[in-house]
Design a protein around this ligand. Sequence first.
Ligand SMILES: [Zn+2]
Length: 337
Amino acid sequence: MTEDFNSTPHKRLNILTGEWVLVSPHRTKRPWQGKKESAATKDKMKHDPTRYLCATNTRINGDINPDYKDTYVFQNDFGALLTNSVPFTYKEGLLKAESETGICKVICFSPVHSETLPDMEISAIEKVITVWQKEYQDLSTKSDINHVQIFENKGAIMGCSNPHPHGQIWAQKSIPNEVIKKTEKQKAYFELHTKSLLTDYIEQELKLQERVIFENETFVSLVPFWAVWPYEVMILPKKQKQHIGLLSDHEKRDYAEHIKIVTQKYDLLFDTSFPYSAGIHQSPTDKEYPEWHFHMSFYPPLLRSATVKKFMVGYEMFGMPQRDITAEMAAKKLRIL
Ligand SMILES: [Zn+2]
């Protein structure tokens, strides 16, 4: 590693999107006098009769949740996408719009109201992955679904409206912006090198051991070189897999172990139920994408304690993302927890 990384402002390239992030390590000693959030308090309840995701409760639309024992999936009662939108296209001079269709689903990870991913057994997390696989595959067979986005918003600070541990799936007709960028970069690399971009990236990271947090036989967790969020983490399979549907049982177990360990480290970092947005980027479903290498990214907002978060404002809105602590410093902190 070059010493410049620790002392000199520099920019780093995100090889998946082609975008840059500004890194300002000299600012890490700056005192903080800004806004403090209240620390997340954890629900201790096993079942909350007033919350609509708990088993046997009635949801707002009148449906009653079954007495589920591990995971439970249902169509979002207030989805951002609808399957039966009236199709239209609009073009008027420079103004352009198109109708969009899709399906939004909710996945309860566990019947236990207070059990977040780090609290769950690895075997229970495996069941969540099995649901993700099934949903990805089922939704991909639908002719009007070309992309399946699996994600979790955790914590009130992230705008999560319900404390019951759950994730979401938004499956839709068009391919979203982030996925288009990552497809282009991976395709260009694959055509030139006949292997995936992330295969070579992992090989380099494993050799350097500067940003790796945890490794087992088939998966790696690391802070990507181009991380934007202070404690951003990427979990990815060592061997190229275009999507989660291709994981063997053994790989699924290894993946579940990474989710458990990364989220446990997060909770330990600032001694709080650590908020984040996590999502899986994988191949779209309209055709084959030999270049894709699936990965799960965690974007947590906390910066230096349970109450101080990073803001993406000012220069970051108008210029590019910026961070103070380097990816290496963040990885070191997470690795030793
Ligand atoms: Zn609940």
